[in-house]
Design a binder for this molecule. Structure first.
Ligand code: GYE
Length: 366
């Protein structure tokens, strides 16, 4: 039985107890050139995955000893931030031949059209699973229908898709972006209160992420919920910094030209904050706990800890990028015919300069 048919059966009836984990299809000659094959292609003899195997391990790895590799196509957003680099690394170190996988990795350079192309290329290559970290939430129905038609299960990771038919994907795993935004607002309220500025008029600006990305939509919404609770907080302006340091700096430069009384800048990721901090300093202002402008951001990558230790950044709200093993676990459950939770949120914390940041940084994985 062809693996694609097995996958289709898996979708149609989750009653299949154990499903073959082979497949290992070769990239076709006309495969999208941008889809970079992570691992060397298997030899033709390995492509004999017709028979079901029962050799998946409980730790989310597959047994490579049988020679049957699970082919996974990962449509990655891009390489826009430290978070993204850690996320890519998590997938590359999890989906190895040693662990029983062949990873086909595609970097979409933050463009949805490139991701759609990559997904079509994965379908053409008859991969076993398609994993997508969607750049934006909308506009995916057609290509997901094509994957469904081909019998290839789709797993979403990191950002969410807004699709009317949720059978178009198997599961999603990522951060709770609205909650992250609300945690940021709550932190800010407490911080201002402690400074005796609880009743003061507070002027804010936001450097948003990529517009339409669920990390942007959720963080903006969470913060808006908290703004509604504080009549003395004023959002002067919001503009996208595309989740990059360079754009974050550019946007902050323009904010500083337009307003001379900014109290808080909310950066929807750490890299934008690094750019904003450079812009603040270049404008002759100061930031951080001792400075003129409070700077907060999301992700909590290592460089954010360094920035807090340096006294530039006030706080960072965590978003965990290490989704490789989580997606592998979902795949192994599907391979075993088990049901998986459709929506899987990852627990997240926050960090500020009142904490022992040196010790936390020493233990930090990303
Ligand atoms: O915050 C940002 C990255 O989607 C959660 O994307 C992710 C975001 C993350 O570019 O740094």
């Amino acid at each position: 039985m062809k693996r694609k048919v097995l996958s289709a059966l898996l979708i149609a009836a989750m009653t299949v107890a154990t499903v073959g984990c082979g497949g290992g299809s070769q990239p076709t000659a006309d495969a999208d050139a941008s889809a970079e094959t992570e691992a060397p292609a298997e030899d033709a003899a390995a492509d004999d995955a017709e028979a079901p195997t029962e050799d998946t391990a409980a730790d989310g790895t597959a047994d490579a000893a049988s020679g049957d590799l699970i082919t996974v196509g990962y449509a990655q957003v891009g390489a826009e931030s430290d978070w993204r680099t850690a996320n890519t690394e998590s997938f590359k170190s999890t989906f190895t031949e040693e662990n029983g996988y062949k990873l086909i990795f595609d970097d979409a350079q933050q463009k949805q059209e490139n991701q759609i192309k990559a997904i079509r290329s994965f379908i053409q290559q008859e991969v076993d699973y398609i994993v997508v970290a969607p750049v934006v939430e909308t506009g995916w129905e057609t290509v997901l229908e094509e994957a469904k038609e081909a019998g290839i299960p789709v797993i979403l990771s990191d950002r969410m898709m807004d699709v009317s038919d949720d059978t178009l994907f198997e599961a999603w795993v990522g951060g709770n972006f609205v909650k992250e935004g609300e945690t940021c607002g709550d932190w800010l309220a407490k911080y201002l209160e402690e400074q005796g500025r609880g009743e003061e008029e507070i002027n804010m600006v936001t450097i948003q992420g990529t517009i339409g990305a669920s990390a942007q939509v959720g963080r903006t919404e969470g913060m808006a919920n908290k703004l509604a609770e504080h009549s003395n907080w004023k959002m002067l302006e919001m503009q996208s910094g595309e989740f990059t340091q360079a754009k974050g700096q550019e946007v902050m430069e323009s904010f500083l030209k337009s307003y001379d009384d900014i109290d808080v800048v909310i950066c929807e990721n750490d890299n934008e904050a690094f750019g904003a901090i450079d812009a603040i300093k270049a404008a002759g202002k100061t930031c951080g706990p001792e400075g003129d402008i409070i700077v907060v951001s999301f992700d909590s990558v290592k460089a954010a800890f360094e920035s807090m230790i340096a006294g530039d950044l006030n706080a960072t709200f965590e978003c965990n990028p290490l989704h490789g093993p989580r997606v592998a676990e979902i795949i192994q459950k599907l391979e075993a015919g088990e049901t998986v939770d459709k929506i899987q949120y990852v627990d997240e914390a926050y960090f500020d300069t009142s904490m022992d940041l040196e010790s936390i940084l020493a233990e930090r994985a990303y």
